[in-house]
Design a protein around this ligand. Sequence first.
Ligand code: DNO
Ligand code: MN
Length: 392
Amino acid sequence: MEHTWRWFGPNDDTTLTDIRQCGATGVVTALHEIPNGQVWSVEAIQARKELIESYDLRWSVVESVPVHEDIKKRTGNYLEYIENYRQTLVNLAQCGIDTVCYNFMPVLDWTRTDLAYELPDGSKALRFDQTAFAAFELYILERKGAELDYSDDEKAAAKAFLDNATEDEKNLLVANIIAGLPGSEESYTLEQFRDKLAEYDHIDKGTLRQNMKLFLEAILPSAEQGGLKLAVHPDDPPRPILGLPRIVSVKEDVEWLLDAVPSPANGITLCTGSYGVRADNDLVDMIQQFGDSIYFTHLRSTKREEVAGSFHEAAHLEGDVDMVGVVSAILQEEQKREGKGRAIPMRPDHGHQILNDLAKDAKPGYSTLGRMKGLAEVRGLELGLKSLMGSK
Ligand code: DNO
Ligand code: MN
């Protein structure tokens, strides 16, 4: 595996020097300063690449080139945005970058309700509390039709949650959901959020799939020509929320995707923390099945809670993800590729807020020390497994 680290650019508190010291050799980043939908110029890409290389690191993966909402809905300026996306891919390829992560989640990127969930040892984790989310959806957002998705017991629990919450807690819950987590391109007020959701009223799963297929058909030939691999990130959490369709959540979705637009440029990001929230996603099985279409991995674990749909982020080698099984399946896939292509880039994805980072205003999920711990643990696991497998 190639050990990489997500870096949010020159303003990130975690510096490129820190990243090297944490044990990564590759950087995962994006030109976050360029507004969603605009072309990334060769000059801008090249300058960022040279900066990274001047620290003896490599720009391993672009995460993400964001997909404009108009493309997902096929409304407004979608044709122009698709063309800009294609041009950005051509420019990235020209600069020698070969892997691009993206996602196709409507309106929101990843979603959590609690960004400072205290664990028994005093560290903090990110959490998705389904009851809090229901409270938001049913009684704060008051989305039409949402009540249909909930049982009477769930509604009562959501109501009780809200009755017990202070104004500050309610405001924080709303902000956590709609203000945009690190890496999200969008951030909304409650009013804007209602409008954005309404724009999807006529878009169901089938339509969203069709829109994704048409988008990929338009960009994949250029990606393929430039030797680029696209790696779609799964929905997080991996299920429909807020009445929005979600189409990259389970194994069948990936089967559909790879089948709908066959191309060596059409691949996936195996994010174990996202897919792993569902007990019916067998990660080892997915790695074996999608093997040569996996171009990037996010390794972390989650712990499902008692209330269905609720989970929090666990330490990298704990929780529900069988990390030993996952890493050994990835290493077996790499063995199969022997000689062809490069090591599969992995990043520790999120980490807990621990030690000195607890006193800092760290980006949710992206504090330095928690990710350093996660990377170190996964690297140790990898080294041990490799030695058992008799490979280097
Ligand atoms: C969260 C991330 C997501 C992911 C995007 C990929 O930490 O895994 O923000 O980067 O969804 O496009
Ligand atoms: Mn991820």
